[in-house]
Design a protein around this ligand. Sequence first.
Ligand code: NDP
Length: 522
Amino acid sequence: MKVYRDQDAHLEVLQGKRIAVIGYGNQGRAQALNLRDSGLDVIIGNREDEYRERASDDGFEVLPIAVAATQAEIVMLLIPDEVMSDVLRDQIVPSLSEGDALVFASGYTLAFGQVTVPDYVDIVLLAPRMIGAGVRDKYVAGTGFPSFTAVHQDRSGQARSLVLALAKGIGSTRFGVVEVSFAQEAELDLFTEQCFGPAFGQVLTTSVDLLVELGYPPEAVLLELYMSGELSYTMAKIAEMGLVEQSQLHSTTSQYGSMTRGMRFILPELRQRMQHGLDDIRSGRFAEEWAAEQTAGCPTLEMLRESARSLPLYRLEQQLRHALRGEPIPEELLEATEAPPAAPTDEAKVASEEALRSRPAAPAAPRGMLSRFLASLRGLLAPAPAAAPSGALSRRQLEHVLQRFCALASQDPALQAFSHGRRFTSHYVLGDAGLDFYMRFADGAVESALGVPVPAAEVRLETTSDVLDGMLSGRLNAMRAAMSGRLQFKGEAKVAMSQQQVQADLVRVYSQARGEVVGTDA
Ligand code: NDP
């Protein structure tokens, strides 16, 4: 195990060399300031805009990108990966001379073949494991931060000592620097973003959903799980002491409970899913998909952002933040949340009563802002009324509704418009009712029918009759159903998400079919 520290790196390697920091954003500003404070000769390359002004205000000489690259021996690429290829090809490579060094802060573009680099310069990586603000703050505080380095091309024979010297200049060897390859840096980074982070997020959201459904106060649930800051404090301790050692900071009840019950969460499927995610990354499939998404103007990303903001959890978090600061809650956060919560299911009631029995008596109903806040929170995350007894459909009714829905959907102009330029099938499986139906979108046509599609569908959605009825009646949020495990999805995520664009049309068509078959009150 090798960790490079201050004594392994020498700033003298950089004497007489000018460093051009290209881009003055998150990383650019922090690294440029640190390098200058380390006594190095730094200029900035940036377009005419506010970042350029900021660099000037900070006392740097700011030049057009190509000019800065010409004047420097070391060129640090601190611009977004999305624009790297064009900027490198058009403005930087033509300005490079034999023996110069190109420094990337992320392995992504090189690892996935998105940039072409010349063979007459050093190509190295200096990738902080820290956001830009932290890069500066920790330099100023004198504690440093970790980085990954890599040497892709050692033209000068000095590439390793050069990148270590730069790591020292930005303050990273004070903490510790680890050498990897460009590909390893990119893959680890993406793994954290696509596997570790989302899996952890699911653990949080599933916990919130379960506990609120069982009747625990939402504000207490959010504080207990993460909004108190205890979790981030524990994570900081894990970073400092290690996962095993930090357990000593917790009570013996906590240690015994988490170690004995922890075994229940050893899930082989979790590992398989992570492996699958990593395969997507390493094969380059993700990079290809993301490049195509950017070319198309990021429609899926926009839709996903919108969906995330429509989650009850989003409003709940914003409300709690206002309440914790003692501020009134803005009207838009309260909108449509004050309807009385739906009756809990029997199962939820029993569990909730069980939980309440073991708690001290509830205080008198709170008043004013807080009471409004609590009422709206309960409304927001109350069990969805998908299974309301008055609206429940028998299997036979559901079959007829779906038959009519499929017929209407196949003729619906809005769904046909959505189908233009698309070719995929969604297969819905209602395990409890033993019913299947599908919707095939094929270049402007929509084919929808009961039964299993042939050939097999690109997207498979498994749920129960109640959840499907709730979703297609517009009473249940599909994202929330997916988050709580009541809707399970297999197949191409991007394709499945695209169907969210016509969610309102699906609700309209289904409501019509449902109204025709069982009447609007059913
Ligand atoms: P930013 O988004 O903060 O970069 C903004 C800078 O890039 C600005 O100076 C901006 O200037 C310039 N820029 C944007 N588009 C263009 C363009 N088309 N042509 C020329 N200049 C452009 O990036 P980050 O600092 O977040 O990331 C920089 C690199 O660091 C990336 O490789 C990233 O992967 C890596 N990295 C980032 C980390 C982070 O925490 N953010 C952590 C570790 C590595 P303008 O105003 O003219 O657009």
